[in-house]
Design a protein around this ligand. Structure first.
Ligand code: ARG
Length: 461
């Protein structure tokens, strides 16, 4: 049988393989709600413009609402022969209301329809991602507040560098996730133009009102060029790019949780709720959620590169290649939302271990920089020389198997005779952290200011 939408010029129906490669209903059924929303806005506009009668509009609108409830309740029967969500909905509308169903597609094409549906879907995901990021930021702020004074080692090269605080470390991620939120917001603002009414590619001769449909669907304006409107997928690419960067941040944090929860570090305890055991090793508690969050970025990066590759080299306007846009974005969005939720859940339960954090902060000569700074400040040494003297003191401590605060004054005089009792004031990790009062520094008072700033921001104050 030839197709009921375009069968006029076809004598034969499609080959089974043609149907298999062509059909998108298996995945684009996820756009059902957006498709119906778009159709309702289009139909209302057609009626308001006198292009269809009020009676036909009422029949169409009621029929679409019936279909929506059929889909939402799982009663709707999707057909592969009908290719995609747009034709499945329209065919069902014809069954329900008869001839007026055929008027819905006036001044419209599946090309502007799918672009509109997909944009609406991506826009919702952006809003969900922003909500997920804000929940995550709040969980981080709670951790930061509880651990604003909790000393921990700061690392470079994963080697002990200088003492920082738990609060400072958590707030570093607040900054990253806030920028992620900003990228989603930017993408949303840029994409919020409505493709509907571009028709197949050139616009239409019917007196449609694209401003009205744009408004009805919550867009800021109609897309200004009909060719661009149907062939643009950069809104999806921007979403994927923002998602990939966000997933990268999540992955880095997840990696830290994996390291921190190990028996060798013992910086944190993850809850049973977000861990798994081993089927053979009874002692094991594995940070699987963190590992999976660490890994999700792989699929999301894959989706970004996948869609970039689909789009490259496509001539204007629509090509069927563009049907390959959806699965990647669906998968990336699902992965991102799950990763955000898992991270937020893990953080809500996670217990930092202050003793282990402090002990680690105090090892590895973490206050050597403080010592060098003291030599500059108190003895007037040039920094380069202070660096050298401190290096010699570190080597001495290493030889004696002690940390810097345990070196006696006599020991220190073997390296530099000017050193006096006052030096011990700067060698403790608490003193070190308290001294980092520069803007953005690790000092608890500075970190508390940042916590307050972000709390106010998130609460809209
Ligand atoms: N299923 C198609 C897609 O996802 C809808 C648009 C089809 N348009 C067309 N001219 N074949 O892209």
């Amino acid at each position: 049988a030839s197709n009921q939408m375009w069968g006029g010029r076809f004598a034969a129906g499609p080959d089974a393989v043609m149907e298999a490669i062509n059909a998108s209903i298996g995945f684009d059924k996820r756009l059902a709600r957006q498709d119906i929303e778009g159709s309702r806005a289009h139909a209302r506009m057609l009626a308001d413009q006198g292009i269809i009668t009020p009676e036909d509009f009422r029949a169409i609108d009621e029929g679409l609402l019936t279909i929506l409830s059929e889909i939402e309740s799982g009663r709707f029967v999707f057909s592969t022969a009908l290719e995609d969500i747009h034709m499945n909905v329209e065919a069902r509308l014809r069954e329900l209301i008869g001839a007026p169903a055929g008027r819905l597609h006036t001044a419209r094409s599946r090309n502007d329809q799918v672009a509109t549906d997909f944009k609406l879907w991506v826009r919702e995901q952006i809003d969900a991602a922003i909500g997920g990021l804000e929940a995550l930021m709040r969980a981080l702020l709670d951790q930061a507040e509880a651990g604003a004074d909790m000393v921990m080692p700061g690392f470079t090269h994963l080697q002990t560098a200088q003492p920082v605080t738990w609060g400072h470390h958590m707030m570093a991620y607040v900054e990253m996730f806030a920028r992620d939120r900003g990228r989603f917001r930017d993408a949303r603002a840029r994409m919020n133009e409505c493709p509907l009414g571009a028709a197949a590619l050139a616009g239409t001769s019917f007196p449609i009102d694209r401003h009205a449909t744009a408004r009805a669907l919550g867009f800021d304006r109609p897309a200004a060029n009909s060719l661009d409107a149907v062939s643009d997928r950069d809104f999806a690419l921007e979403f994927l790019a923002a998602a990939a960067i966000c997933a990268t941040h999540l992955s880095r944090f997840a990696e830290e949780l994996v390291i921190w929860s190990s028996a060798q570090f013992r910086f944190v305890t993850l809850s049973d709720r977000f861990s798994t055991g081993s089927s053979i090793m009874p002692q094991k508690k594995n940070p699987d959620a963190a590992e999976l969050v660490r890994a999700k970025v792989g699929r999301i990066n894959g989706a970004l590169v996948g869609l970039l590759t689909v789009m490259k080299g496509l001539p204007l306007a629509y090509s069927k290649d563009m049907q390959e846009d959806k699965e990647q974005v669906f998968d990336a969005a699902d992965s991102l939302m799950l990763a955000l939720a898992a991270m937020t859940g893990m953080l809500g339960d996670m217990k930092p271990n202050p003793e282990a954090l402090r002990a680690a902060a105090a090892s590895g000569f973490s206050t050597a920089t403080d010592l060098a700074d003291w030599l500059v400040r108190e003895l007037g040494l040039p920094f380069r020389e202070a660096h050298h003297v401190t290096g010699a003191l570190v080597r001495l401590a290493e030889e004696e198997g002690v940390d810097l605060p345990e070196l006696s004054l006599a020991d220190m005089h073997r390296i530099h005779t000017g050193i006096h009792e006052g030096v011990y004031d700067v060698l403790s990790v608490e003193k070190s952290v308290a001294s980092r009062t520069s803007y953005g520094g690790a000092a608890p008072e500075r970190v508390r200011e940042q916590i307050a700033r972000w709390r106010a921001e998130l609460d809209g104050r």
